[in-house]
Design a protein around this ligand. Structure first.
Ligand code: ZN
Length: 133
């Protein structure tokens, strides 16, 4: 049911500065950038093999990524696992008592359908499940 790690979401204060490292120094390539209004973030996608790094810069001071940085500093904010049937997986986890942030799939970056699980149920990591067509 879990297919692979789809992406790792990294919260950064300054997207251009982060791209300077990940693209300019590390050697990944930014294939696309996108503003996701629902999450108040600007995202840069940097594929690496079959997965990708997503750099996340908040577009407002009260967005989830801004709040994350305020609390924890910059760094890995979430890890996303690819599933083939997100709605089904969410229902299954809910039934097993897992706390969900998103009860239903919603649209995320890159056209994916996503849902977050609460870190209280995952030993502390913000876990995203994502389904791509
Ligand atoms: Zn994500």
């Amino acid at each position: 049911m879990i297919k692979k790690i789809d992406h790792v979401g990294i919260a950064v204060k300054d997207l251009a500065a982060a791209i300077k490292f990940y693209e300019g120094l590390l050697g990944l390539k930014v294939t696309d950038t996108e503003v996701v209004e629902g999450q108040k973030v600007k995202v840069a996608f940097l594929p690496t093999g079959d997965s990708e790094v997503e750099l996340l810069e908040s577009t407002t001071s009260d967005g989830p990524v801004a709040k994350y940085i305020e609390k924890n500093g910059e760094g890995i904010q979430h890890i996303a696992f690819r599933v083939d049937n997100l709605a089904e997986k969410l229902a299954e986890l809910k039934e097993k008592g897992v706390r969900l942030i998103d009860e239903k799939p919603r649209r995320g970056a890159g056209g994916a359908m996503i849902a977050f699980l609460h870190p209280k149920s995952t030993s502390g990591t913000l876990v995203e499940l994502c389904e791509r067509k």
